[in-house]
Design a protein around this ligand. Sequence first.
Ligand code: ATP
Length: 328
Amino acid sequence: MSNNPITRIGVFTSGGDAPGMNAAIRAVVRSAKYYNLEVYGIYRGYEGMIQNDIKKLENINVGYILERGGTFLKSARSAEFRTPEGRKKAYDNLTAHNINALVVIGGDGSLTGAHLFYKEFGIPSIGIPGTIDNDLSGTDSTIGYDTACNTAIQAIDKIRDTAVSHDRLFFVEVMGRDAGFIAVNAGIGSGAAATLIPERKMPIETLIERLKSRAKAKKQSNIVIVAEGGKSGGALEISQKVKKFLPNYDIRVTILGHLQRGGSPTSFDRTLASKLGVAAVEGLINGKADVMVGVINNKIVYTPIKKAIVDDKEVDEDDFRIAKILSQ
Ligand code: ATP
């Protein structure tokens, strides 16, 4: 809890960008103005904080961005912020601007930085979970995750058309370094033959059996979804292993990559980002600090950042079971 009244908020986006970050910035700016607070945009995350790339924002600066992907404040990864000297420079720049509260929109790394910064310098900060990976506790969904799932499903639908036409087996790699949320969601939503995620290792024999039984059932198409950080390797690696067992299959690999990070945010992500932006500002006004704001069961929840980044959010067991049942 912080006792000093908040007068000037600094807002920034950090780490990997995610669709809906603009909607969150807009909500922070508009709600700050609503409560008669000043708000400053810090460009390129912690890097801009260190390089003093900080500008005042007004309502007019955040018009026409709600529907746009990416982040107009830009995002970056900052090696210098990981050093005490870098963080001191950042602190000096914030105090020179009289910024006495922060809203950080980013993933677990960005929130870790905010936690450390708060412990060192005491400027109250609230994190907004912005990452397509959905790998933060304290919220049912992170900003950008829903859009990324929709993008993945749309791409897989298109791949399926060509897979069916040519009787090909496709391995489609989706993002999610340490978390299989996009993979499992896209697996269910696109009717995948199998979904391979980092949290679970599927023996290659199990995958081969699954593909063979689908062949017997005269399935028209076979799409296997692989999360990029899967324990058994990426899509390319797995496809090569499978080829050894099934030499007659015509196998192709598609890596969806960064296209999952872009695009106009879905209605869900815009609404989530807007709610969280307002709740972050209201949280700061009410003396909250060093917390992440999220939505759980449709209710705003503030979770200590330390807990949000440490607790490993797991793919729902039911989701994994459902994906398996439907892949037969
Ligand atoms: P994504 O989940 O999309 O990758 P992220 O926020 O986890 O997003 P990171 O690259 O892990 O992305 O972190 C963003 C930035 O946060 C880093 O470049 C660094 O400046 C800062 N940061 C991360 N971890 C720390 C840390 N332990 N100490 C200080 N700063 C950190």
